[in-house]
Design a binder for this molecule. Structure first.
Ligand code: 26Y
Length: 822
């Protein structure tokens, strides 16, 4: 019977209830009458953690015993989202736990809402790392995720008077039940100072680094459970602390405050995530963060090798290390330093090991996102690494000369040191020479890398270049976010699709089945009703669940063109005003996303969205035909109800600018149709779902390049197009800003003068395409069929497929199944 189940591992409803009440008592120190919702959340989190621990310890035991080849995913960001719901899904105990809570008169949904998400990332790149950890565990691949345990993650966004205001994200305030500190595996990381030569025991000259300061790295481990497998991998995040051994009081004798100050300074290192994405700033603390976590990670891998008694010559056989963009690229020089200086290896074998160890994923072509560090900063912080980089560069450029002769232009373009305007270390170049594979994140992006940003590297090492199109995990993005849709699919075709998303194709046979269509429509409507109530609750705006939900959620950026979407909103508004009886398809435009705190134009775009919303939503002539809403504080938790409620997904970046996009995938999987440009993974999504099931508009990457070359004159589009002119004139004249003409002037001037992202050229094609969308939406059967076919054909965009490709093309790793000890 159930009463025989162990309280820490059993999954029967009675056992779960008993274990939950036990944790409430012994972990939270509460009995039900005094317990808060948060106490209940904690008790449930510990109950679930107990069930993870059995798998986690077994997984570690098997990896140690087998000495398994392991993926080390190095990322400055991991945007994990709430753990509880995902762990319930992956453990396969969601329903039992829901029943257990109901029987205890608690609501699981309310408890899930209590979790503060670890927002340790900005957007796409950090969330991709999280989806990849889920797939790696689900595919039973031995993996360590290495990153930074920021005390404050991405800021919380509030909207005050239409402007973004940033609030500190205190995610650790009430404790984190998912992590375990491992102070016994702390490592020291050096900074600054100088290098000197010394003779080793064999009389050979070695370099010694005499640092200016030392910081301790403390690992905090979180289990990452795969879907319905016993594999529980580890996300290991590092926190900086002052080393006990360093006697600050002696150092600062008689100055107690000075001594404490030194400790505070060390701990500042991992205080806060930099909230910029895609715009690099040469901040010393950021370089310190990058080097800190990379050094911790590599030292940790060396410790694991020594514990398993593996010779360091096998480093690249034991570990496949992936660099998530250039943020961890200093790893190339750090591994060389560890092998050369700390383990006294010769240059040639150390370099061979290094190149075989690393793979580099590029996530952007935007020049402003490419990291480069001034030699002044770099040499003051990492003097030994600069020496090593010079040596790598010297040897590399020799090979370039050997292959291409003395072509000084080419050599200057390939050099690891940029000497064009001041001197800088180019991190993408370090990553390219130090890796055996370089990949982009969608087919177009990988092609453009070879043709533009990394052209010279492609000509030198063509064999290194490959593509792995991004993917997202169907566990979080369908099963957890859209349970009703998941149940409908499973009731028709079984549940194999959750692990093998290609199987979801089987629902195609139901695309025209009226009964299935009806259920599909009902689920979408219920999901829209849910979002309508969230919008009312958070913004006070009432929206009609029967209107077309047209959604753009992502970081705010000029290249993503939220302002093009707003030009469409203004155009619809004007059309209704001009013809008050106009029979248009009612729409609700939903926006959400954070702007980097220092990105003025992005913040002004938020203000514009809010200002247009204010005018549109209050105008009695408009009624229910058009609503515009900005939902504040977009994050993983807030996004989960959004994708399932969308009719239309806005993926409207200027062609050639969005490396891949991953929100585009989450929407289409949940049955939204896409309006999009030929950019990033949109192209592959369109190929998969069929051109007839995708709303395409706008310039191609080639068109964009050609138009730039022949001279782009945005004001000509404005002057020639009365609708466009009216919309721009309204923004400029204060129509949306209570007569204030100055407010949006910077944005208007940018659009009419340079328009770097070509909104003016894409405006009319976008408006025409939106007209097609409105027409199609009126044909409910046709729309439903298109919606079903979108979900059915998204199999390729599971992160499981992406991870299988990384395993085959880049990492050469195989699954290591985990059995639970009987
Ligand atoms: C250098 C620093 C300021 C920086 C910090 C964060 C630079 C870039 C980033 C983040 C970039 C990012 O999120 N890129 C996105 O990666 C996704 C996953 O590959 C892509 O889908 C998306 O197109 C790309 O913009």
């Amino acid at each position: 019977g159930m009463q025989c189940e162990d309280d820490r591992t059993g999954i029967g409803v009675e056992t779960l209830k008993r274990a939950f009440l036990d944790n409430l008592f012994y972990v939270q120190g509460k009995f039900p009458a005094l317990a808060t919702k948060h106490d209940y959340y904690m008790a449930l989190a510990y109950t679930v953690r107990d069930r993870l621990l059995q798998r986690w310890v077994n997984t570690a035991a098997i990896y140690t015993q087998e000495g398994s080849r392991t993926v080390a995913y190095l990322s400055a960001e991991f945007l994990m989202g709430p753990h509880l719901g995902n762990n319930l899904i992956n453990l396969g105990i969601y329903n039992q736990v829901q029943q257990a809570m109901t029987e205890l008169k608690l609501d699981l949904k309310e408890l899930l809402a209590k979790e503060e998400e670890p927002g340790l990332g900005n957007g796409g790149l950090g969330r991709l790392a999280a989806c990849y950890l889920d797939s790696l565990a689900s595919l039973e691949i031995p993996t360590l995720g290495y990153g930074i345990r920021y005390e404050f993650g991405i800021f919380d966004q509030i909207i005050r008077n239409g402007w973004q205001v940033e609030k500190t994200d205190k995610w650790l305030r009430y404790g984190n039940p998912w992590e375990i500190a491992r102070p016994e595996w702390a490592v020291s990381v050096k900074f600054g100072g100088r290098t000197e030569a010394h003779k080793n025991a064999q009389g050979r000259y070695q370099v010694r680094w005499v640092p200016h300061k030392v910081v301790l790295g403390i690992p905090y481990d979180t289990p990452i459970l795969g879907y319905k497998v016993n594999t529980a991998n580890t996300l290991r995040l590092w926190k900086a602390e002052a080393p006990e051994s360093f006697d600050f009081e002696a150092f600062n004798r008689g100055n107690y405050y000075g001594a404490v100050d030194q400790k505070v300074t060390s701990e500042n290192l991992t205080k806060v995530l930099y909230p910029n994405d895609e715009t690099y700033e040469g901040k010393q603390l950021r370089l310190e963060q990058q080097y800190f976590f990379v050094s911790c990670a590599l030292q940790d891998m060396l410790r694991i090798m020594l514990r398993q008694k593996l010779p360091l010559e096998q480093f690249h056989e034991k570990f496949a290390v992936q660099l998530n963009d250039t943020h961890p690229a200093i790893a190339v020089a750090e591994l060389m330093r560890l092998l050369l200086d700390e383990h006294e290896m010769d240059w040639e074998p150390a370099w061979e090991i290094t190149q075989k160890t690393f793979g580099y994923t590029n996530h952007t072509l935007l020049p402003e996102a490419l990291e480069k560090w001034s030699l002044k900063l770099f040499s003051s912080l990492l003097p030994r690494h600069l020496e090593i980089i010079y040596e790598i560069n010297w040897r590399f450029l020799e090979q370039v000369r050997h292959k291409f002769g003395t072509d000084e232009g080419r050599i200057g373009r390939l050099s690891l040191i940029d000497e064009n305007d001041g001197k800088f270390v180019r991190m993408a170049h370090l990553a390219c020479v130090g890796s055996h594979r370089i990949n982009g994140v969608a087919e177009l992006h990988s092609e453009l890398l070879k043709k533009t940003t990394l052209l010279d590297f492609y000509e030198f090492f063509p064999e290194k270049f490959t593509n792995v199109t991004n993917g997202v995990t169907p566990r979080r993005w369908i099963v957890l976010s859209n349970p009703k849709l998941a149940n409908l699919i499973t009731s028709c075709i079984g549940d194999s699709w959750i692990k093998h998303l290609e199987d979801v194709q089987q629902i195609e046979t139901f695309a025209q089945d009226p009964g299935f269509q009806k259920e599909w429509q009902q689920i979408k409507r219920e999901n829209k009703v849910n979002v309508a109530s969230i919008l009312l609750d958070r913004t006070g705006v009432k929206v009609d669940p029967d209107s077309l939900f047209d959604i753009q959620v992502k970081r705010i950026h000029q290249y993503k063109r939220q302002h093009l979407n707003i030009l469409h909103a203004i155009t619809l508004y004007n059309q209704i005003k001009q013809n008050p009886n106009l029979d248009i398809t009612p729409r609700t435009l939903i926006f959400a996303g954070k702007a980097a705190p220092g990105y003025y134009i992005a913040k002004l775009i938020i203000k514009l969205i809010d200002s247009v919303a204010d005018v549109v939503n209050k105008d009695p002539d408009i009624g229910d035909r058009l609503k515009v809403v900005f939902l504040p504080d977009y994050n993983v938790k807030n996004s989960q109800p959004i994708y399932p409620a969308a009719d239309l997904s806005e993926q409207i970046s200027t062609a050639g600018k969005e490396a891949s996009g991953t929100g585009n995938m989450k929407f289409a999987m949940n049955g939204a149709l896409t309006i999009g440009t030929l950019d990033g993974a949109n192209i592959e999504i369109r190929n998969a779902v069929g051109a007839e099931n995708f709303f395409l508009f706008g310039l191609t990457t080639e068109d964009v390049g050609a138009l730039r070359l022949t001279g782009y004159r945005p004001w000509e589009y404005y002057e020639a197009n009365p609708q466009l002119k009216q919309a721009i004139d309204q923004i400029a004249s204060g129509y949306f800003s209570h007569g204030d003409r100055r407010l949006f002037k910077p944005l208007v001037d940018l659009l009419l003068d340079k328009d770097p992202f070509m909104l003016m050229a894409d405006y009319q094609p976008y408006i025409d395409c939106q007209q097609q969308v409105s027409q199609t939406y009126r044909d409910r059967d046709r729309w439903l069929q298109m919606s079903i076919l979108n979900t059915a054909r998204m199999g390729k965009f599971s992160s499981d497929r992406a991870i299988r490709e990384y395993c085959q093309q880049i990492w050469k790793v195989k699954p290591v199944p985990v059995q639970l000890a009987a």
